[in-house]
Design a protein around this ligand. Structure first.
Ligand code: SAM
Length: 231
């Protein structure tokens, strides 16, 4: 399967393993991952965030309930919300999540956004699990036509050592553990370059109730809600 599907499948497998009730996808783009996750029966709250409102709106109708969803009410409730805003800013609507996914997002952040990102995601949102994926630049020589970066909007692409040192330092600072994996296997004989997409799975080391998470962090709302569906 294409690489993006392997990344989404990785998240679906993780949802199957940890059974989170509340999942937020940061940099959700056209909401394809959110749409896939709405079929996971453990999930009761799904939220998407993107800095580009137009890309979010492209296919967001897919997140609306179908007639059958009302004829055959499920035993679980599901709320899907889309927010317009930046991962460089805190908003209370992002509190209380169990899993936060950032798939191919960080390489689109400029220096000042990347600097603020850990405090927002790990310090403020502080979910029990954070997944971050980003290109592994060591794989680039195997990709036809890639000279500097895989995409013109990428601000950087990291090798494994660069990503891992950033991730380990972030995990240490915010009291998370982190394990590294990836998707997109290199061809036989080239195993030394690592996965095409590198992935860090961060697990919070300290317990936190959603009540304490919300009440201790008075913050002004800055995101704009662009979509909401209740099943
Ligand atoms: N996560 C999706 C996926 O895996 O298919 C989309 C990844 S796309 C390469 C990166 C997305 O991040 C874009 O939709 C872009 O608008 C969004 N983005 C870039 N900077 C952002 C920021 N500061 N806050 C939120 N989203 C941002």
């Amino acid at each position: 399967p294409p690489l993006y599907k392997q990344r989404y499948q990785f998240i679906k497998d993780l949802v199957g393993k940890y059974k989170p009730k509340k999942v937020a996808d940061l940099g959700c783009a056209d909401c394809t991952l959110l749409w896939m996750l709405k079929f996971c029966s453990c999930i009761e709250v799904l939220a998407g965030l993107d800095i580009c409102a137009s890309v979010m709106k492209e296919k967001m109708h897919r997140l609306s309930p179908l007639p059958g969803d009302y004829l055959q009410p499920a035993e679980r409730s599901l709320t899907v919300t889309l927010h317009h805003g930046s991962v460089a800013h805190k908003d209370p609507c992002m509190l209380g999540f169990d899993l936060v996914t950032c798939i191919e997002l960080i390489e689109h952040l400029d220096q000042s956004e990347l600097k603020k990102f850990p405090a927002v995601v790990f310090g403020f949102m502080a979910p029990s699990i954070v997944v971050i994926s980003t290109p592994n630049s060591e794989f680039n020589p195997l990709l036809p036509g890639v000279t500097l970066f895989r995409h013109p909007d990428h601000k950087f692409e990291w090798n494994r050592a660069q990503f891992q040192s950033w991730a380990l330092e972030t995990a240490r600072r915010y009291d998370y553990s982190v394990e590294f994996t990836g998707v997109g296997h290199p061809p036989t004989g080239m195993e030394n370059v690592g996965f095409c997409t590198q992935i860090g799975v961060f697990v919070r080391k300290y317990p936190q109730t959603s009540e304490s998470a919300q009440s201790e962090k008075p913050t002004e709302a800055v995101y704009k809600t662009v979509f909401k569906a209740v099943y």
